[in-house]
Design a binder for this molecule. Sequence first.
Ligand code: PMP
Length: 436
Amino acid sequence: MSNTSSSSPPPLVPPVACVCNEQVGAGPFDPRRLRQDFPILALTVHGDKTLAYLDNAATTQKPASVVCVLCEYYQACNANVHRSIHYLGEQATQRFEEARKKIQRFIGAPSERSVIFTRGTTESINVVASAWGRRSLKPGDEIVLTGMEHHSNLVPWQLVAKETGARLKFVPVLDDGTLDLEAYERLLKGRVRMAAFTHISNVLGTVNPVKRMTALAHAAGALVLVDAAQSVPNRPVSVTDLDCDFLAFSGHKMLGPTGIGVLYGRLEVLERMEPFLTGGEMISRVTLEDSTWADLPQKFEAGTPHVSGAIGLGVAVDYLQRVGMETIRDYDERLARYAIGRLEQIPGVRIFGRAPERSGAVSFEVEGVHPHDLAQFIDRDGIAIRAGHLCAQPLMKRLGVPAVSRASVYFYNLEEELDRLAQSILKAKEFFRHGS
Ligand code: PMP
């Protein structure tokens, strides 16, 4: 029996003395002030270079409040959840379930039962592809994806299509980095059972019109999964507004710890689905021969969950809400425009992704410099960017490049860091032009 429904839970333990000195609170948005909440941003690297962290689409840094709650949890609260009927067990369960409620409110979900903790976006999508796809798809059924998907929203569907005989179809990416929505509408005319697409491309920064895409897919009788790994951290996202059936995102890209993420699922759909992983925590009754499943969300949370991670993610959500998601979105878009403006001034730089609505992941190539060499060179100036195929090899093929460089910002970045990036790229160009 779960003890989450206990009518008068004990008060939370007071936090242990903590070294964190978080500044954030009400007041006008000031990224310079917010940076003080992120001790890592004050690091110097390679000797005396102040860190300019521009790899936020890969993972964000963590404010002191998130770092400290992990420490505090293990010092004052640690116990297994949903099963230990003792003081610490109740504390841990209460805080774990409070984190779920915070996330429910954050994404506008109608019920906390529709919020499933996973390890991240990748696992969330695998849950749907396996638990829904394997049982529901028949030969000849169709799954519509797009040409800009992260491997996480591609490989699980490839596998399930092979196993079930379903067919994959892809919405093409246009030259400006937007999706070909006319083609999307045509693709929906088949036997489409699932449309799964990214909200924001981690390569192109394109913000896809997911609400409209969801409505079109529903009209065609398909379910919809939105990969929100790059959107939930950066803008207000409401599952009620989008009306999607599934939404997947990762805690570590939104100030939270690694190893924790979320799958939102529409209750009616989740209720019809069989579990993905099985074992402890997710059962109702077990005999030697057979088992029945626990209610949602536990049906999809087999084994001991990442309790501290969930609590840390809850604290990350508190932080994001204090800053304000509209504010974060507006600043993200402003920094994206600034980054593009600076990079455009450099001869030989080509930017990938010119969608009218775009976010702060800016991919580019520099003529004559391999992305890996560039990232390594720039790193010596203390600037962290990403280089490679960005887990989107089909999109690289579409762009006609083996790899790109990517600078990606978050609300604690400053324009002057992008100025440093531009200067360092100029230096790199000069360096590699002379061949050593
Ligand atoms: N989808 C997108 C759009 C992403 O950007 C990422 C992370 N780069 C993922 C999925 C996978 O996220 P995770 O590795 O946290 O599971």
